[in-house]
Write a protein of this length. Structure first.
Length: 336
């Protein structure tokens, strides 16, 4: 995704190696020659062929350079070869096949709409992380964010949406990549799945449960793809951490980001530890299961008994199924 794009919102790059490392081997020196070689490779491959970019950017194109090569030159370090210029913090989340289909459909629609009406990027109301966030919202992982225009009124509406964070515990319409990273980690590891009533009161858990799956499950890991080491990088100097929107005490994402990027626990970086953790967590959920009648006595006045009864059975059935999968995966995971 790139703010210079006009006819598309995003572009697909073939493989993690090209996407993150630009096809370079770990011991290679990133200099002007290899930087240029990466641009030429992408140009020949046609990854960006046919993409229109903003007129203001196109006016900078040298006469001797093709439009395709100029687009690639403007995109390297942002749309591919990310680690040439930045560190990428990534969260992995296993989702159902149907949910993946919904993500793909959303992304295709985003590009179809851009081809018809253009892509209008805005730092606050419609940036690259809005696309990622709403693609995952299409899978049911969380609520979608409202994408607005670039006017002062639109930015003001985004600012006012922060009230949802404080009043309702929902997400604001602001979207930033570092927040998406933390949020996806939370979806995969921290949602309430330890008893039916807590899960029932979380609308994100209820939404995925209605589709027969939960987001807090084995395989929810984080990974860091570091910027090309300074000793082998003659093109870019390291900068600061990405911007992260946070409200201290009430909605503090900054400390969690630092923990995950500096001192991440093994249960979110090592699959074996992750499998063992969820196996134990699911087992405890089932071992501590209260009867439906016990849970019903704790319902609030505004909570529907019939809705909870239906959710109760579905919840423990899904937890048992997930435990079975975790057992099989743990037993087959190679011991290190």
């Amino acid at each position: 995704m790139n703010k210079i794009f006009d006819s598309v919102t995003w572009v697909a790059i073939p493989g993690r190696d090209e996407f993150f490392r630009g096809g370079l081997a770990p011991d290679q020196m990133l200099d002007t020659d290899l930087y240029g070689a990466a641009i030429q490779k992408a140009t020949r491959a046609g990854w960006f062929k046919g993409i229109r970019i903003k007129d203001a950017v196109m006016r900078q194109k040298p006469v001797v350079m093709t439009t395709n090569e100029f687009t690639v030159w403007q995109s390297i370090g942002t749309d591919f070869a990310l680690n040439f210029a930045r560190t990428a913090y990534c969260a992995r989340l296993p989702i159902s096949r149907d949910a993946i289909g919904n993500v793909i459909a959303y992304l295709n629609r985003a590009n179809e709409n851009a081809q018809k009406t253009g892509y209008t990027w805005n730092m606050f109301t419609n940036n690259c992380s809005h696309v990622v966030h709403n693609a995952l919202a299409a899978a049911g992982i969380w609520d979608a964010k409202v994408v607005r225009g670039a006017g002062a009124i639109d930015v003001t509406k985004d600012v006012l949406s922060v009230a949802k964070v404080l009043a309702l515990g929902r997400m604001s319409d602001f979207s930033f990549p570092a927040n998406n990273f933390v949020r996806l980690y939370e979806a995969g590891n921290e949602r309430p799945i330890d008893d039916a009533l807590a899960a029932f009161r979380n609308h994100d858990v209820r939404r995925t449960m209605e589709d027969g799956w939960i987001s807090t499950r084995p395989g929810a890991l984080i990974a860091t793809y570091p910027m090309w080491d300074a000793s082998r990088n003659r093109m870019f100097a390291p900068g600061r951490d990405p911007f992260l929107f946070s409200v201290p005490v009430l909605w503090d994402k900054e400390e969690k980001f630092k923990k995950l990027t500096r001192h991440a626990p093994s249960i979110v970086t090592d699959l074996g530890a992750n499998l063992a953790h969820f196996r134990e967590r699911y087992s405890k959920t089932l071992a501590n299961q209260r009867t439906a009648d016990e849970e019903l006595r704790m319902l609030r006045d505004d909570e529907n008994e019939q809705d909870f009864r239906a959710f109760y059975g579905r919840f423990y059935r899904v937890i048992a199924e997930e435990l079975g999968r975790a057992d099989v995966a743990t037993d087959s995971y190679p011991v290190r």
